[in-house]
Design a protein around this ligand. Structure first.
Ligand code: PLP
Length: 283
């Protein structure tokens, strides 16, 4: 008899609930998206759908009807009635026995949750400590892949050391790429003494973060000069201000980088200006 076991329960293989035989489960063979709502309105649905399409194409998952996914997102969100929601969805290559080779005729699996966003106001008001960690990820970080083991290891390590986020750096180049689940920004004085916003370019093997795009727009709106160049950890600890950005929290000031307080150890003024500018996009 072919059998399976979940925790302590043995069962015939054919009784196994379908998600256990899924390439997402076995291999992380799938891609995902996270978007959020502000005050009852979904934010930035188009760029998230665009990135989802690009991720699907990049790993050659076919057969997902994107218009249908879009409708599902809108309908499920409306049905939830949640004002500040997190919408998570993923698609995997489909269900089959554990075999890396493609099984002909696979149908992609789709999964979505709409949940209440946590209250991040304390982190946003007071800022967070972060910890650096080597970037152990693969070479295709522009794909929003379900494979997040290196991100999880880095985030867990940061948490153990008292950080709220892990800031990943390329061990060979010594340059910061991004956070385990966020984009990373530094405000540094350039040679002429002018305050400049620095963040990794998209070619630095990072996720094309949707929030990053809005941060760059906010910087432009307040006349802040931006240079898309990676910084080192040594640059980061000397920065005037640091912050991270991601969909769920938008902008979060960073007040400590490993053991070093940033500036006066409080959220920086320009970061706060960018945060209020960002709010105008979601209003
Ligand atoms: C590695 C990584 N970088 C950046 C981000 C921020 O992306 P976004 O602004 O699209 O949420 C995320 C979000 O999950 C991420 O996982």
């Amino acid at each position: 008899m072919q059998l399976a076991m979940i925790q302590d329960a043995v069962m015939p293989l054919e009784d196994l609930p379908a998600p256990y035989l899924d390439r997402g489960m076995f291999f992380g063979d799938g891609v995902y998206e996270v978007l959020r709502s502000y005050e009852g309105k979904l934010f930035a649905l188009d760029p998230h759908m665009q990135r989802f399409e690009e991720s699907l194409e990049a790993i050659d998952i076919r057969g997902i009807d994107l218009d249908r996914v879009r409708r599902h997102v809108i309908d499920a969100y409306a049905q939830s009635g949640i004002s500040e929601a997190k919408v998570y969805f993923h698609a995997t290559r489909g269900q089959s026995a554990r075999d890396m080779t493609d099984t002909p005729g696979l149908k992609p699996s789709f999964f979505m949750t709409v949940t209440e966003l946590e209250d991040y106001s304390q982190e946003k008001d007071q800022g967070i400590p972060v910890w650096s960690h080597p970037d152990w990820r693969w070479k295709k970080c522009h794909i929003k892949s379900l494979n997040l083991l290196a991100n999880v290891m880095a985030r867990r390590d940061a948490h153990r050391r008292g950080g709220r986020e892990a800031i990943l750096f390329d061990e060979a180049k010594g340059l910061i790429t991004e956070g385990a689940g966020s984009s990373f920004f530094a405000l540094l004085l350039d040679v002429g003494g002018c305050l400049t916003l620095r963040t990794s370019p998209l070619i630095a093997n990072i996720l094309p973060s949707v929030t990053r795009t809005y941060v760059l727009r906010a910087a432009d709106n307040i006349g802040l000069s931006v240079v898309e160049e990676s910084v080192s950890c040594a640059d980061a600890i000397q920065a005037q201000e640091l912050f991270i950005a991601m969909t769920t929290h938008d902008i979060v000031p960073v007040v400590r980088f490993a053991e070093t307080p940033i500036g006066d150890g409080k959220p920086g003024l320009v970061t706060q200006q960018l945060m209020s500018e960002f709010r105008k996009f979601v209003g």
